[in-house]
Design a protein around this ligand. Structure first.
Ligand code: NAP
Length: 362
């Protein structure tokens, strides 16, 4: 009798779990079966997780897919896997390290020279750090990779997107955007930024939401549209930087309760291909539906200010340089030279400062 009761209890628990998983955790599937034959798509960070599943879907639809990744080995393995699963040999790797503005520029140059078209840009790559580091250009890692790298990339590819309308930009954000307000001092190169990796990540995700909003405002009437996305809580490598103890708890929880990467890719795919969502350009999506964002993430004045700030930070703006930015740049170069003991007089610092601030890399 005990055995029977046990079997019934286990069967009931499994049924409840399956019900909850398929109704609440797995998420909604993109319904569009649109073909992407003749279309070109870039997916950043496409060697694993949500990005790889998104690239796989784009390849299944017949697109030419560029996997923009920093690790050649990991990306080439993903290319082979996607080609094998889809029989689409128009899947290629191009090197992109979003932690380096120089690499972003090199990627854009190579892409624009070799690829005549771009219809869909998916800014998927994301960095979530426990140990905070700095990018090559001095930004805190999360903000530098997730926001500034993608900001520059999108701007450099914008003309090509405009030539290939209708075209789209999809920006991977996250619900964590709610947890912080925008703090310009933490976006600067000279201040330490958020000293907590989670807050740095959340801050970058708020930038992603505001960036999509302002981009869409700037693109009004062009037929290039733009969407930010929360993919759900997804079982990927995004948590790989957590410490061993946290991982010990997280791994079984994630296996049971998190979405799989294929489920996590659905809203990105929806925003990339679903017909009829153009009127929602600039908005935030999750579970393939448009969602309202909290007040501080839909402030157009703040979104515009972030855009202008970012233009200066990545060296895109030709406008007069604000004295605060000038000081920021000077301090950045000064600290860097000092820490690498390269200081041999103010002349060297001034020379580097001038080359950093006024070169296109800025
Ligand atoms: N998983 C979730 O629950 C969740 C929730 C909300 C939002 N998101 C967002 O969804 C997106 C995809 O996340 P995921 O869960 O699929 O994460 P993931 O499995 O960790 O994949 C992240 C991808 O970004 C790449 N990347 C990291 N730093 C890079 C850099 N400097 N340059 C170029 N590529 C870089 C990684 O490359 P390497 O393999 O070389 O490191 C990897 O391909 C991210 O933007 C993330 O913030 C995820």
């Amino acid at each position: 009798e005990i055995m029977v009761a046990l079997i019934v209890a286990v069967a009931a628990a499994v049924s409840v779990y399956i019900f909850i998983y398929y109704n609440f955790l797995k998420g909604v599937k993109c319904k569009s079966d649109v073909s992407l034959n003749g279309r070109t798509v870039i997916v950043t960070g496409a060697n694993t997780g949500i990005g790889k599943e998104t690239a796989l879907d784009m390849a299944r639809r017949g697109a030419r897919v560029v996997l923009a990744c920093r690790s050649k080995d990991r990306a080439e393995a993903a290319v082979l896997d996607i080609r094998r699963k889809t029989s689409n040999n128009q899947v290629v790797f191009m090197h992109l390290d979003l932690a380096s503005l120089k690499s972003v520029r090199a990627f854009a140059e190579t892409f624009l020279k070799s690829e005549p078209q771009l219809h869909i840009l998916i800014n998927n790559a994301g960095k979530r750090c426990v140990k905070l580091g700095k990018t090559e250009d001095g930004f805190s890692m999360g903000v530098g990779v997730n926001h500034f790298g993608h900001f520059l990339l999108t701007n450099l590819l914008l003309e090509r997107l405009k030539q290939c309308v209708p075209s789209r930009v999809v920006v991977l954000a996250s619900e964590t955007y709610r947890m912080v307000g925008l703090d310009f001092s933490k976006l600067s190169r000279t201040e330490p930024g958020h000293t907590n990796g989670f807050l740095d990540y959340a801050h970058s995700k708020l930038c992603n939401v505001l960036f999509a909003r302002e981009l869409s405002n700037r693109l009004e009437g062009t037929n290039v549209t733009c969407y930010s996305v929360h993919p759900g809580v997804v079982n990927t490598e995004v948590f790989r930087h957590l410490n061993r103890w946290l991982m010990l708890i997280l791994v079984p929880v994630a296996a049971l309760l998190f979405r799989d990467p294929e489920g996590g890719a659905q809203t990105s795919i929806h925003c990339a291909v679903q017909e009829g969502i153009e009127r929602f350009s600039g908005r935030y999506f999750s579970d393939c539906r448009v969602r309202e964002v909290v007040a501080h993430a839909r402030d157009d004045a703040v979104a515009r200010k972030l855009w202008e700030f970012s233009e200066r930070m990545v060296g895109l703006s030709n406008k007069a340089i604000h004295p605060v930015m000038l000081l920021d740049s000077f301090l950045f170069v000064y600290k860097e030279e000092k820490s690498s003991r390269k200081i041999d007089g103010n002349r060297v610092i001034m020379q580097r400062f001038v080359s950093v601030k006024f070169s296109p890399l800025g």
